[in-house]
Design a binder for this molecule. Sequence first.
Ligand code: KIV
Ligand code: ZN
Length: 511
Amino acid sequence: MKEKIIIFDTTLRDGEQSLQISLNEKEKVKIALALEKMNIDIIEAGFPISSPGDFKSVKSICKNIKKSTICSLARCVEKDIKIAAKAMSELKNFRIHLFLGTSKLHIESKLKKNFEEIHQMALKSIKIAKKYTDDIEFSCEDAGRTSIDNLCKIVESLIKNGVKTINIPDTVGYTIPNEFSKIIKNLYQRVPNIDQAIISVHCHNDLGMAVGNSISAIQSGARQIEGTITGIGERAGNTALEEIIMAIKTRKKLLNFYTNIKHKKIYHTSKIISKICKISIPINKAIIGKNAFAHSSGIHQDGIIKNRKNYEIMSPKDIGLKEVKFNLTSRSGRAAVKQRMQEMGYTEKDYNLKKLYKKFLKLADKKGQIFDYDLETLAFMKNKKQKKKNFILKNLKIITEIYGETKIFINLLCGKKTKNCIIKTKNEIIEGIYQGLNKITKIHTFLKCFQIHSKIQGKNILGKVNIVTIYKNKKFYSTKIEKNIIKASITAMLDIFNNIWKFNQIKKIKK
Ligand code: KIV
Ligand code: ZN
């Protein structure tokens, strides 16, 4: 029979302490609600003694969360435990998470004590915590570097004194899977009362081993995994829970475990966390990165068209994504272009695939990624018109008063006519230019994403602008790099307006 793996999320504690911004109460509640919707078993809501703000947030999370167990961190110090319990006092059931360093290094150089002293400290704090709850988790901080004899000794004593969950953290991400699994195996072999507690692991990612170590720990007996969605956490982060959840699901025959997590909520939750925490997810991040399900090479795309299993071990739908389209680049083959045209509703009778593919390769070499509207332009517009720009900027003047109004003058050639407009705004220059272009071109689009990144190239500081807009349910993209950030912004916008204009022309041709 498959055994359950308990999922413990510490985004709001270990994750939050690593951020460059601090989250407010409302944002923390929003994250907690998203985690609860995913069916996370235990949510570590914070470290209430650390600040009045954290205390209030934990209190507020307790008011809002109904299903997941709420947990708060506390050092083995009476006032920490009391405050943690007070923050969760609204709840009938809650968990107190105690931690204390058990490695020689932590005991001697951080805590300035000896092993017996920290052992006694641990027992004393368990006694205090027991006044408030039966659900006590104890973390032997730096367990990855703790002598196995001491670890077995303290774990046995903690369990004897009523600790229900023993956490074995690799606090500094030092161990490697084989080594970490041996620690867990040793505990199972040497601690006589081990069956009376759940063994949990909490791995950091300093050597990139957090997920590997956690999986190896499950195979050796651990039944609770701690981590965060997206993997945020102290330094290089914690175990990325989405990877654990999907590994357990995808390799269920090998691992023989299950989680209660609604995996279809993974993508949405990761988006909420990245937005609130202002962290960007690397494009190649396993499970949730933009490229995690994107196939780029022609051979792979062809293989996928024949049978998705050729290059996909899980479906994007499993994490709540819709079907992911191929990245059409110069590495894509004819089969991928044909498939995309088919997805847009065109059959080979509507266009000439051979000619289209030739033009596609030429444009892809220049442009990089090719989008649906590029393909339609190549397929249905005469060669000359494909390159033609309907909107050409003649002039742009911006007058800004730092404490007053900004006036934007746009002078644009629209086909054969020159058109002008003046926009007055309160320092929202980019938004103002965008509104001006909507007005002059009479193309009304929704600006979905506008990103500016600065890049240093030699002596120059360059501005890179990425824009995504939505027009008639279609996404239009543009990227421009310029020394002048305003110029990069307006040329990227005009690129989009020209592409939309061509898109409308094609629709007219097709009628
Ligand atoms: O990394 C660690 O050891 C911790 C403990 C508090 C569990 O975060
Ligand atoms: Zn940690």
